[in-house]
Design a binder for this molecule. Structure first.
Ligand code: B3K
Ligand code: ZN
Length: 917
């Protein structure tokens, strides 16, 4: 292949959208102080919401050499004593030290053993300032915190009666006054005292060095973590827990004790998590040469948790959803996610903990990299092709939407009001795509060289994304300077590809042009955007035989706005397969005929593009059909698509999981992105029409395939069986679209006879869409059987919330009054309200009732759990993409939320960005 550049056009002002910075974000606003937990030590009664800027980074005035923490645990009044040895940063001359602290009742503060008078320190909103400190000293603070009333699930809180902490990003300051920033790394010694009856187990990071009983019915344990760490990796767990144990022997023959701690009733559900951990430990040794470094690795499963899990050093805390599994209660997808999340948190031990972030703007340094690592791990455990398709689908459905709306930000953001709002699909998923591009360019070996150098240079330190990029470049003698743009520019680039065939010369040319669609609202990172380096994997197929033209396959690097790549020595016009494996996170724009797409669906040797060709074709046809619905036309199933569908259905050369994906139509939310104005109703009708017509056309093939797949016998957990179940349930979904008595009983039979949750849940979800007696019977039976298992009851709420039935919103409202619904449990809120916001056709119901319901719940939970409320309210972020009526309705709800007195800053930030977009 040879490349010649025909157009080196300088970046045009087309990227510039002219709007200034979002005023409401930079503006200071006054808010009354949160009344939820009074802070008697605060000096000010009001607090201004000021963004934190990346450009404001300053090294700390003091370092911390070590910290001793003492916890006297009590649900209402836990006494936390912290002794921190501080030493002035040689590069700074200040004798003033600002410690962060929130929701703490200060009891005393002493420096080098001398208690300070109130005049010797200042308490301010968000912390304490100590004046005239010597060059080094020991600061001792005593504070009271109240775990039982802490519903924010940040800091020290109670869950199911047990004590638990969550410190990332800024929860440690809710435990004690501290330099709560990731560049301050120190060693911890932690003493925990609690009632022996209610808290028989007391855990913290590192190694347990002593344990003893006290006279008053309490007991004490001391933990010491030899590795310096930032405060966000601190953890403490105490309560009545049981342990599922295992071991792992490292490559250096060290024995590591593996302990999974859960509530007693869940002790039989831990084996899968344990095996996942062992696999992860082995994989990181094999692929990256990284061994575990402590003698013990603990995982605790808790029911109330804001996210998936947390990688605290040696003591991971997990949402129980990502630990507990038995075939009867967890689906194949749950099993896979558990393995992936366990791996992700384990991999953080090196990418995150040993080498951490200098400041929170660098979050993608650890998250993008660790997501990439867990993706590679899962690809190795399952199927690389299927994993890639799943990941790209997730990226398109979540990150692409974020990147074109009010929350668009570079993977390394420039500013934030609440850091918790920036644990985003962009930082995680797009961040992982950027890492993947280094891997694509350097190959596995070159990437490994870069990783080795990164650890060699930066072990035990807090660094930046630039340091990572430099390690990758230096280890391979490559210049990655242009990659900096991926870190500083927001938005999804569009890659427009056009082809030209010169029959006389036997030359085929692909011209690739990159651009950014403009973003209104002037989000940081959108002005003056420049071309980014794009590794584009390309292949050519012989249009006659469908065979790969080997000499022309490979990766081309597009580093400028536009280039043309010419492929010579051809006797006939080939069919190009572009962006194989989704080698760069862009929207590909290439005019292709339906025949070419059908050809790629049948012949592409790149399985990602094989699948994507089908999705592109389906998208074109479904969008046409949606327009047809709108115009009142009679819909028709496209013959081309029907033929292609039939070929996939009868293709025995692909594995069942791939076939399941290839037979699945693009989701309504993904289709919506391709419309100028999203029309949820027409889209839904069009997609339903296609599902039903395909089911009718292929009824006998689908029925035969279903029977074949259903004849597998008793549940098995191997990959082949998992793939077959995946396909079986896609086939069942088509059959259920027929809505005939036979198809309903097929689904009901699967529900009744299933010996595993995958099949049961799949059938229940299908029944939930129908208006038949079997629906209510199944929902009742399911509830009755699983009512004592919260994770399964979450599924019960979710299937009803995502139902396509016209009365879904009424059902969701009803369910909010169900005795099992609780606003304090994030999993439950997400399973009902969160799931409902993903139900495009019902959440966007024309009368705005869905919007009102969401806004009501955001306001109901915002003061208790700001993080969760902010996640939910982001469902309004796409409001500009809808028709005017819906836009106005959503805008009005956003305004109602914005005007709520004392609104928490997390929700404030999301809502203001949305309103000013
Ligand atoms: N690092 C945590 C996320 C913390 C979120 C704080 N709001 C989980 C993870 O990415 O591994
Ligand atoms: Zn992570």
């Amino acid at each position: 292949m040879r490349a010649k550049t025909i157009n080196h056009a300088a970046p045009t002002t087309a990227f510039f959208n002219g709007a200034g910075p979002t005023p409401a974000i930079s503006a200071q606003i006054q808010r009354s102080q949160s009344t939820q937990s009074p802070e008697p030590n605060s000096l000010t009664a009001t607090q201004s919401i000021q963004p934190v800027l990346r450009s404001d980074y300053q090294p700390p005035a003091y370092w911390i050499d070590n910290v001793e923490l003492d916890f006297d645990l009590d649900p209402r009044e836990t006494l936390v004593t912290a002794r921190i040895s501080v030493r002035r940063n040689a590069q700074q001359s200040s004798s003033t030290l600002d410690l962060a602290g929130e929701n703490l009742k200060l009891q005393s503060v002493a420096v080098d053993g001398k208690r300070l008078e109130q005049t010797q320190y200042q308490l301010r909103d968000g912390g304490m300032t100590l004046l005239d400190l010597p060059e080094s000293c020991v600061i001792e603070t005593k504070v009271l915190v109240s775990p039982v009333t802490n519903k924010s699930l940040s800091g020290l809180y109670q869950t199911s009666g047990n004590f638990c902490t969550q410190c990332e990003a800024v929860g440690f300051r809710r435990i004690t006054y501290f330099l709560d920033r990731p560049d301050v790394m120190t060693t911890y010694r932690v003493t925990i005292r609690a009632d022996k009856q209610t808290c028989p187990v007391m855990l913290s990071n590192g190694n347990r060095i002593s344990q003893r009983d006290l006279d008053d019915g309490r007991h004490e344990v001391v933990w010491e973590d030899p590795f310096p760490k930032p405060s966000y990796l601190f953890a403490l767990v105490a309560g009545n827990l049981k342990c599922h144990r295992g071991t792992f022997t490292t490559r250096d023959c060290r024995n590591v004790a593996l302990e999974i701690w859960v509530e007693p009733q869940n002790i039989d559900k831990c084996e899968h998590a344990l095996v996942s951990l062992q696999k992860s430990m082995k994989w990181d040794e094999d692929v990256f040469g990284l061994q575990y470094d402590l003698d013990i690795y603990m995982i605790v499963a808790v029911n109330d948790f804001n996210m998936g899990a947390m990688e605290n050093k040696g003591l991971n805390v997990f949402n129980s959803k990502y630990v507990l599994a038995l075939p009867d209660t967890a689906t194949d997808e749950d099993y896979m996610l558990i393995e992936a999340v366990i791996a992700h948190e384990y991999f953080h031990n090196w990418t995150g903990n040993r080498v951490t972030c200098r400041d929170w703007f660098q979050l993608t340094l650890k998250e993008g990299l660790t997501v990439f690592r867990d993706q590679q791990f899962t690809a190795d455990q399952t199927s690389a092709a299927v994993k890639r398709i799943d990941d790209v689908s997730g990226l398109r459905a979540g990150q692409f939407v974020e990147d074109s709306g009010p929350m668009a930000h570079p993977i390394r953001p420039e500013s934030y009001i609440s850091m918790d709002n920036f644990y985003t699909a962009t930082v995680y998923r797009k961040g992982a795509e950027i890492i993947r591009m280094y891997h694509t360019i350097l190959g596995a070996e070159g990437f490994r060289r870069g990783m080795d150098l990164y650890f060699q240079r930066h072990d035990n330190s807090a660094v930046t994304c630039d340091d990572f990029r430099a390690a990758m470049a230096d280890a391979n003698n490559v210049n990655f300077d242009l990659f900096d743009r991926w870190y500083s520019q927001a938005g999804t680039p569009e890659l427009t590809v056009s082809e030209a065939w010169d029959a006389a010369k036997g030359e085929y040319a692909l011209t690739m042009t990159q651009s950014y669609p403009p973003l209104p609202g002037g989000n940081p990172g959108t002005e003056g955007r420049k071309p980014v380096p794009l590794p584009v994997r390309v292949g050519l197929l012989d249009a006659e035989s469908g065979e790969e033209i080997e000499q022309h396959g490979g990766v081309v690097m597009l580093q400028t706005e536009s280039e043309t790549y010419t492929f010579g020595g051809l006797t006939a016009k080939p069919i190009a397969s572009v962006l194989r494996g989704f080698s760069a996170p862009v929207r590909l724009r290439m005019q292709r005929s339906n025949q070419d797409l059908a050809f790629l669906m049948a012949h592409d040797t790149d399985s990602f593009n094989r699948w994507d060709a089908g999705q592109t074709l389906a998208t074109k046809l479904l969008l046409d059909a949606a327009t047809g619905v709108k115009n009142g036309e009679k819909l028709k199933l496209s013959q081309e698509f029907s033929d292609a569908f039939g070929r996939v259905l009868s293709d025995d050369s692909v594995d069942e999981a791939f076939k399941a994906l290839a037979l699945t139509l693009p989701r309504e939310s993904v289709l919506g992105q391709e419309m100028d104005v999203i029309d949820p109703d027409s889209l839904h009708t069009a997609r339903q029409f296609y599902r039903t017509r395909l089911a009718e056309t292929f009824q006998s093939e689908l029925t035969a395939l279903y029977k074949n797949l259903a004849a597998d016998g008793a549940y098995k957990n191997d990959q082949k069986s998992i793939n077959r179940r995946r396909l079986k349930n896609v086939v069942l979904a088509y059959l259920s679209a027929l809505e005939t008595p036979e198809s309903v009983s097929l689904v009901a039979d699967q529900f009744n006879q299933a010996d595993n949750m995958t099949d049961k849940q799949a059938a229940l979800s299908l029944l939930a869409n129908l208006d038949v007696p079997a629906r209510d019977e199944a929902l009742t039976a399911f509830y009755k059987k699983y009512q004592s298992d919260p994770l399964v009851i979450d599924k019960w709420f979710a299937v009803q919330a995502v139902s396509s039935r016209a009365d879904t919103i009424e059902q969701v409202k009803q369910l909010t009054t169900h005795p099992d619904f609780s606003v304090d449990n994030p999993n439950r809120v997400r399973s009902l309200i969160g799931a409902f916001t993903q139900n495009q056709v019902r959440f966007h119901q024309a009368d705005g009732a869905g919007y009102k319901l969401l806004a009501d719940y955001v306001l109901k939970i915002e003061s208790a759990n700001p993080q969760l409320a902010a996640r939910l309210v982001a469902a309004f972020n796409s409001y500009r993409r809808f028709d005017e009526t819906r836009q106005t309705q959503m805008q009005n709800e956003l305004k109602r939320i914005a005007e709520h007195p004392g609104l928490c800053k997390d929700v404030h930030e999301i809502v203001q960005r949305a309103l000013h977009f």
